[in-house]
Design a protein around this ligand. Sequence first.
Ligand SMILES: *Cc1c(COP(=O)(O)O)cnc(C)c1O
Length: 456
Amino acid sequence: MDNRPIPYKIYLEENEMPKQWYNVRADMKKKPSPLLNPGTLKPMTEEELSQVFCQELVKQELDEETPYFDIPEEIAGFYRMYRPSPLVRAYCLEKKLDTPAHIYYKFEGNNTSGSHKLNSAIAQAYYAKKEGLKGVTTETGAGQWGTALSMACAYFDLDCQVYMVKCSYEQKPFRREVMRTYGAKVTPSPSMDTEIGRKINAEFPGTTGSLGCAISEAVEAALTQEGYRYVLGSVLAQVLLHQSVIGLETKTALDKYGIKPDMIIGCAGGGSNLGGLISPFAGEMLRGEAKYQLIAVEPASCPSLTRGVYAYDFCDTGKVCPLQKMYTLGSNFIPSASHAGGLRYHGMSAIVSELYDQGLMEARSVEQTAVFEAAQTFARIEGILPAPESSHAIRVAIDEALKCKETGEHKTIVFGLTGTGYFDMYAYQSYNDGAMGDYIPSDEEITRSLKNLPQV
Ligand SMILES: *Cc1c(COP(=O)(O)O)cnc(C)c1O
């Protein structure tokens, strides 16, 4: 422990970086429910999952008992190029808010993909290469995952096929070009290249696509090409495992200065950055060693934790993926087109869902104009232009810091700043023009999309 004043940025030495990922399921007494085969409704076997995913990743997916997995040297080497990511003490923001709270953020945007997604992309590409595969297929919504995977595949010389939600493909041409620069083939989804894409196009002419639909296309593409597997950038247990590097680094950095956080806040789309950030802290709670307030923040327009139900659901629109028990709004739920802030997935990671259901974690939903207001405040005072997704966490961190100002409490707040927002300037433009609105789905809307839950 170090008694020096806390610097603006707490970095770790290379030898302090995590050598293993942490699997929080090992410390959960009640485990998340297993993935089910959508046909038989039986738990997915290793063999079934191996048709879609790489073998080593299937092992990680199914392993609920092993607490630590070694990070292979090839991945650790790549991590060292852009990690450790800094844990920043937001002195400037604290001063601006005039709060007695201490605010820290873990900044994951310091790589070309601009987000934490590279942490899992590089791991998934590595295992695919090691298995001797030709390439991988995936979907991308806003484009961060596709970019991260393109970078990872370029590094390991793997073919990368990305199905990009059509509205993003059109609205974010630069994202697309970054992916192509790294050698990926990018197809707008729904496309006419896959059976499911043709079906969705026929059923919903002119549709601008959704994540659930792009997932179905990418899975089909993996199943129909020799030597290809599907990879996913969030939701799955394996992704949370890789993302635990965020939480492990955060914990080491805090421990170095003897800092004990009161509150840890993360934005939640599919739950991977949040799950990764909170895992080591949730582990301490599960083992009865410490107590923290863990908070998931989601958009009011896509409120799976705060307004969804905890049930088995389809992970994709085409219903080809395994069923997962999770907090969900129904696989047909598509957030309003006016929603610009990312985090659009209808469901939530099974691990995060289970931790939430056990009461280990809270969830809040925030409206997008309030999110962009927080983003603007943060950009102006801390210098970083945050991704809209990350700004959900900023919103709640600021709100909590302002509460401390009223109560005089010196709470220590840690939040995940998952990425930068340079490719989200249409959304910022809409906010700057005063044209952004808030959309909150009605109860009827949610009830309607929940009617299509599978009967399990
Ligand atoms: C993808 C993404 C998210 C949300 O994904 P999770 O799996 O919920 O972490 C959050 N922030 C950024 C910058 C992203 O790219």
